[in-house]
Ligand binder design. Structure first.
Ligand SMILES: [Fe+2]
Ligand SMILES: [Fe+2]
Length: 278
C-alpha cells in the first residue's frame, strides 16, 4: 500500500501566486501511482472565507484520479479563537460539502489511519467535544492495529512538555489530552503540515513527521526559530502489514516561492492584527 501525503497547497483561482506549483506536484503524485493521497490542510489560500477557493481546489484534487482524504487547515476552515476567522459550523459545513468529513478513519494493511481536525482544538466549540468523543472510540476500537494520525497543526515543536507556541503548534491544554492518547495507544505516527518545513523526530517510540508544503516557504522574519528544514516537497509512505516506511521527497519542478515577498497581496493584514502566513 502506497500513500502520498501532500500539504499546504494554498490554491485559489483568484490568488494564483502558487498555482504554478500544482502541475508539477500533480505529475509527481501520478508518477508514484499511490493507492491513496492524504492532504494535511491549507488546501486553499482562503477557503475559510472564499468558497470558490474550496471549489477550485476540490476540482484539482478530483482530477488527480486517486482517492484523496483531507483534513482542514486554518486557511480552509478558520482557526480556534481567531478574531476574524474563527472556526464555525458554517465554515465546517462548506469544507464538508467540498472535501467530505473533516475527521475520518481509514483501515489499511495493519494500520488505522485517523484524520483529525486540528482547527477545533481549543475552540470550545461543540464540534471539539464531539471530535474528542469520536477519537476515544476510534482509538479504543483500533483492535490491535498500528495507529497513524494526520492533522494540520503539529502537536508540538520541540517537546510535548513545552508551553504555548502561539500560532505554530497545538495549545498545551488540548495537546496534553492528545499526548495521553498517543502514549496510551502507542501511536506509531503523527503526521502534520502547517509549518511549511520538513522534519522527522521520534519521541517515546512515536514518529512525528512534518510534511513540507508544496506552495511556499516562510522567512525568518515571520517564522521564529524551530526545528525542521525549509524545503518544499511531499511525503511517500509504504505500508506493509504493521510496518510503515516514510520518506520526505523532493518534487521536481516546484518553485521555491517565499510568502514574505507577496504576503500583503495573498494575506493582507487586517489593520490591527498579525498576518497568519502558514
Ligand atoms: Fe496552516
Ligand atoms: Fe500553510
Amino acid at each position: 500500500m502506497r500513500i502520498v501525503q501532500i500539504s499546504d497547497t494554498h490554491l485559489s483561482p483568484g490568488k494564483a501566486h502558487f498555482a504554478k506549483n500544482w502541475p508539477p506536484l500533480a505529475a509527481w503524485v501520478a508518477a508514484q501511482n499511490p493507492d491513496l493521497v492524504i492532504h494535511t490542510g491549507d488546501v486553499t489560500v482562503d477557503g475559510a472565507d472564499a468558497e470558490e477557493d474550496l471549489q477550485h481546489a476540490s476540482e484539482l484534487m478530483q482530477a488527480l484520479g486517486v482517492r484523496v482524504l483531507a483534513v482542514p487547515g486554518n486557511h480552509d476552515v478558520g482557526d480556534a479563537g481567531h478574531p476574524a476567522q474563527p472556526v464555525s459550523d458554517e465554515r465546517l459545513a462548506r469544507w464538508r460539502a467540498h472535501f467530505g468529513p473533516d475527521r475520518w478513519i481509514e483501515d489499511v494493511e495493519g494500520f488505522r489511519l485517523v484524520g483529525l481536525d486540528a482547527m477545533l482544538l481549543g475552540s470550545d466549540d461543540h464540534e471539539e467535544a464531539a471530535q474528542a468523543a469520536w477519537l476515544d472510540v476510534a482509538m479504543r476500537e483500533a483492535r490491535g492495529r498500528q495507529i497513524a494520525w494526520f492533522l494540520h497543526r503539529p502537536l508540538f515543536l520541540d517537546s510535548p512538555d513545552e508551553g504555548d507556541t502561539g500560532y505554530w503548534s497545538v495549545k498545551p491544554g488540548p495537546r496534553a489530552r492528545l499526548m495521553d492518547l498517543v502514549r496510551r495507544y502507542s501511536v506509531s505516527l503523527v503526521a502534520s503540515g502547517h509549518l511549511h518545513k520538513a522534519h522527522q523526530m521520534r519521541r517515546d517510540g512515536t514518529r512525528y513527521l512534518w510534511a513540507p508544503a508544496s506552495s511556499f516557504l516562510v522567512g525568518s522574519g515571520i517564522q521564529p526559530r524551530m526545528p525542521g528544514e525549509k524545503r518544499l516537497g511531499a511525503v511517500l509512505y509504504e505500508l506493509d502489514g504493521a510496518v510503515l516506511e516514510a520518506s520526505i521527497a523532493d518534487v521536481p519542478g516546484l518553485s521555491p516561492y517565499w510568502i514574505d515577498d507577496v504576503i500583503d497581496e495573498v494575506y493582507p493584514r487586517p489593520s490591527d492584527s498579525r498576518p497568519a502566513p502558514n
